[in-house]
Design a protein around this ligand. Structure first.
Ligand SMILES: [Zn+2]
Length: 178
């Protein structure tokens, strides 16, 4: 079982780990909003030169900032934890781009989700599907910039990473885009 595997790994980890006392605030004063893509695990941060204790990292499907929860976490990172910049990092070949909504719907029905519940929402909007990764990053930056709860002087950068070679491209430079 996977849980047993995790727990036995944890035992070995704790035995060999030298605890360090890190503060709550991000040492690089940055908040990263990115995708939950498995290829970015243990990859995005080193590709950005960010280590443990350096940043607040918020992840979800498709680095989507349409839901209020991302805005809330970004605001908390700024007002409660001392972040001074935000980097919204999308990635190429995102599973949320051009996702097959009909397939998603049939999978949900197959797993016993009540069709009435599915009909209550616009499934494409609800799941946060989008057409292309670059405009999704740009829309996300616009959304954060126009939030009345995020201060105007916080630079919000829009980046995109290639999950194969790790290269990062700047789509929006938050210092210039005030
Ligand atoms: Zn993704």
């Amino acid at each position: 079982m996977l849980l047993d595997d995790v727990l036995s790994n944890n035992e070995i980890f704790v035995e060999n780990f030298e605890p360090v006392d890190l503060p709550h605030g991000p040492q690089k004063k940055v908040t990263v909003v990115t995708c939950m893509d498995t290829r970015l695990v243990d990859f995005l941060e080193p590709a950005m030169g960010i280590g443990r204790g350096d940043a607040k990292v918020i992840k979800n499907a498709g680095n989507n900032v349409l839901d209020r929860d991302v805005e809330r976490s970004v605001a908390a990172s700024i007002f409660a934890l001392g972040s001074e910049e935000v980097m919204l990092v999308g990635h190429k070949d995102c599973g949320m781009a051009n996702s097959d909504i009909n397939k998603l719907k049939s999978n949900m029905l197959e797993r016993g989700i009540d069709p009435k519940e599915i009909e209550k929402v616009d499934l494409k909007e609800w799941i946060g599907a989008f057409e292309d990764e670059e405009s999704n990053v740009k829309n996300g930056v616009d959304k954060l910039k126009s939030s009345p709860l995020i201060p105007r002087d916080v630079p919000i950068h829009g980046l995109i990473i290639d999950p194969v070679d790790g290269s990062i491209e700047v789509l929006i430079n938050g210092y210039e885009n005030k």
